[in-house]
Structure formats: structure tokens, C-alpha cells
Design a protein around this ligand. Structure first.
Ligand SMILES: NC(=O)c1ccc[n+]([C@@H]2O[C@H](COP(=O)([O-])OP(=O)(O)OC[C@H]3O[C@@H](n4cnc5c(N)ncnc54)[C@H](O)[C@@H]3O)[C@@H](O)[C@H]2O)c1
Ligand SMILES: O=C(O)C[C@H](O)C(=O)O
Length: 340
């Protein structure tokens, strides 16, 4: 309790000492939702954020009014869909986070969300491409494997696509991976770094345990761990029993990714995060987007790291991932072509 209070005080102190030269406007689309609210809270506590712009089809101004009483320096403004609400929210943003969209219920796959979320993401992408074409866009809405290509196609159609500035947020997969491996190995998760590559759903989530601190994990223990990382989202969907999917852990993961981008934008070198981006790694196999470790810089994705050495077992997982991923990506591309 004392330690938690100490680190909160430290966060507040840093917030008050943030320099004005680091002004960064961050917009959250879907800000009144299960992810949007705690994500906005964490961004309000981040001293690197100077202006927080919160948009939702309902409830944005209420969340903004609530957060605006927190005694950190950033301003918070809420926007409704009326008049120029969305474009005002987006204008001058450095980062746009998109958690808008419906979550899963038990028994659903992420792909089952496509019919509803594809058009939500397409429309928000159109507005973002018009109002803030240079912003970094962080797509959280599922199915990420398809919604990221949707945003890319919209930006291409408007002539403003910059692949370095578009990211599918897969941070939660590595957050889970480090937590789950620490539970098996009885270690501190803070010291566990597990590379997770591929996409963000089921078999497209590929943990590379051979590159972790515990490369010798094998047999049933390895299989169970890999399965838990691939299907971790289902655990939460089942436990919430119809009330949605991961929101709090996702908010933490999204805030971490935004913080990494801001650190890189503000000049810090060597900042890396795993993320689903347009990638050369498997283009020769027709897979244009792939999540791997990416070095971030002021212009976004500066360097896409190669996968590195993988075991035969992991190569099998990657092969399975690629087939599924290719279909998911094509589905997003086709959607925009038929529903521009
Ligand atoms: N990438 C990941 O790792 C990850 C993790 C968890 C959840 N998700 C996904 O994030 C999405 C949101 O999940 P949630 O639990 O916050 O859902 P939620 O239903 O609690 O919140 C979604 C919010 O989006 C808003 N919204 C709907 N249409 C909108 C539009 N056109 N413009 C602006 N806002 C709009 C809703 O009003 C709502 O407030 C889901 O698709 C979920 O699957 C992704
Ligand atoms: O599982 C979900 O549907 C939400 C999210 O993608 C997750 O991984 O928790």
C-alpha cells in the first residue's frame, strides 16, 4: 500500500514537472468505454501528455469532466459526434488511440466482431486521415489483424498513408506472456521479457519462448504456456460472462505503448515495443502486416526487428499463423474496396 502510494506520488510529481516544450495532444476515440475510461485515466496521469481529447458516440464530455479534476497539468476535453466534434477532437493530435468498437461475448472469436467494428474503424480512420493525417494511429479495436489493414486502405485512398505511423496494439500479448511465464517459473514478471510475434488472435499469436529467459521450457509445460498466451483473451471473456473482454489490463498495455511512442518522439533512443505493422518480414509470402519488436522514433516505426532464431516448434507456430493472418488481412483490405 505504502509502495503504491509512493509510486503514485512520484508519478504526480513528474506530472507537475513536465516541460511545456514536450506538449503532446493525445486523442482517444471510444473514450467512454470499458478500455477508453481507464486508458484515459492513465494518460491523464502521464506527464508527457499535455492535452487529452476524448471522443465517444456517447459520454465523452462526462468522462472528460471527471478526469479534468485530477491535479495533473494536462487539459482534458470531451467531444460528442455533433457538429465538428470528431474533427475538433482529432485536430493537432500527435497520437490517436482507437478502442472504439464492440467487445466479444463468450463463444465468439475476434473475427466475429468484424461486421460491426470494420465500419466503425473505417469511419474513424476517414476522420483521422482528414483532420490529423500525420498523427500516429494506435488501433486497439478488434479484430486487430483486419482493422489495421482497414485503416491503411482508408489512408491510402486519401493519399496520406505512412506505414511508419500505423500500429496495431499487441502489447497486451507480451504483458500476458511475461505474467504467465512468471507464474510458471515463480519469478518477478517485471524481469520476464517474452517476444510475441504474428497477429492478435488465437493461433496468430506466436510466443517465442526459446528467446525468453527460460529457453529450456519444453513438453506439456511449454504447450500449456503457449496455449494460455494465445488464448489469454478468452479467459477474461469467459470470466466476465457476457459483460465484455479485457479492459483494465488492455488500458495498461495501451498506455504503455503510447508512453513508449511519446518517449521516442521526445528524443529517447532505443525505445522498442512489439506491434502489428506493415512489415517486410513475410511480404514474400503475401503477408503484408506482422507483429514483431519495432524500434520507435520521432516518425514512428523506425526499424522492424527480424524474428531471430526460432525453434522447429516455433517455426510450426509461425507457419500456422501466416495462413490465418493472410486471410484476416485480405478481409480488411477487401472490406474497404467494397465499402469505401
Ligand atoms: N488490441 C487488444 O489487445 C484488445 C484488448 C481488449 C479489447 N480490445 C477491443 O477493443 C474494443 C473495445 O473494447 P471495450 O471493452 O472498451 O468495449 P466497450 O463496449 O466497453 O467500449 C467501446 C466504446 O466505443 C464506443 N463507440 C462505439 N462506436 C463508436 C464510434 N463510431 N465512435 C466512437 N466511439 C464509438 C462505445 O460507445 C463505447 O463507449 C473491442 O473491439 C475489443 O475487442 C482489443
Ligand atoms: O479477447 C478479446 O476479445 C479482447 C482482446 O483482444 C484480448 O486479447 O483480451
Amino acid at each position: 500500500m505504502f509502495a503504491a502510494r509512493q509510486s503514485f506520488n512520484l508519478l504526480q510529481k513528474r506530472a507537475f514537472s513536465a516541460s511545456a516544450s514536450q506538449a503532446s495532444k493525445v486523442a482517444v476515440l471510444g473514450a467512454a468505454g470499458g478500455i477508453g475510461q481507464p486508458l484515459s485515466l492513465l494518460l491523464k496521469l502521464n506527464p508527457r501528455v499535455s492535452e487529452l481529447a476524448l471522443y465517444d458516440i456517447r459520454g465523452g464530455p462526462g468522462v472528460a469532466a471527471d478526469l479534468s479534476h485530477i491535479n495533473t497539468n494536462s487539459t482534458v476535453t470531451g467531444y460528442n459526434p455533433d457538429a465538428a466534434g470528431l474533427s475538433d477532437c482529432l485536430k493537432d493530435s500527435e497520437i490517436i488511440l482507437i478502442p472504439a468498437g464492440v467487445p466479444r461475448k463468450p463463444g465468439m472469436t475476434r473475427d466475429d466482431l468484424f461486421n460491426t467494428n470494420a465500419s466503425i474503424v473505417r469511419d474513424l480512420a476517414k476522420a483521422a486521415a482528414d483532420a490529423a493525417p500525420k498523427a500516429h494511429v494506435l488501433v486497439i479495436a478488434n479484430p486487430v489483424n483486419s482493422t489495421v489493414p482497414i485503416v491503411a486502405e482508408v489512408y491510402k485512398s486519401k493519399g496520406v498513408y505512412d506505414p511508419k505511423r500505423l500500429f496495431g496494439v499487441t502489447t497486451l500479448d507480451v504483458v500476458r506472456a511475461s505474467r504467465f511465464i512468471s507464474q510458471v517459473q515463480k519469478t518477478d514478471p517485471a524481469g520476464e521479457k517474452v517476444t510475441v510475434v504474428g497477429g492478435h488472435s488465437g493461433v496468430t499469436i506466436v510466443p517465442l519462448l526459446s528467446q525468453s529467459n527460460h529457453p529450456s521450457i519444453s513438453g506439456e509445460t511449454r504447450d500449456a504456456l503457449v496455449n494460455r498466451i494465445q488464448f489469454g483473451g478468452d479467459e477474461v471473456v469467459k470470466a466476465k460472462d457476457g459483460a465484455g473482454s479485457a479492459t483494465l489490463s488492455m488500458a495498461m498495455a495501451g498506455a504503455r505503448f503510447a508512453e513508449s511512442l511519446l518517449r521516442a518522439a521526445q528524443g529517447e533512443k532505443g525505445v522498442t515495443e512489439p506491434t502489428f505493422v506493415e512489415s517486410p518480414l513475410y511480404k514474400d509470402q503475401g503477408v503484408d502486416f506482422f507483429a514483431s519488436q519495432v524500434e520507435l522514433g520521432p516518425n514512428g516505426a523506425e526499424k522492424i526487428h527480424p524474428i531471430g532464431k526460432v525453434s522447429e516448434y516455433e517455426q510450426g507456430l509461425i507457419d500456422k499463423c501466416l495462413g490465418e493472418l493472410k486471410k484476416n488481412i485480405q478481409k480488411g483490405v477487401d472490406f474497404v474496396k467494397s465499402n469505401p
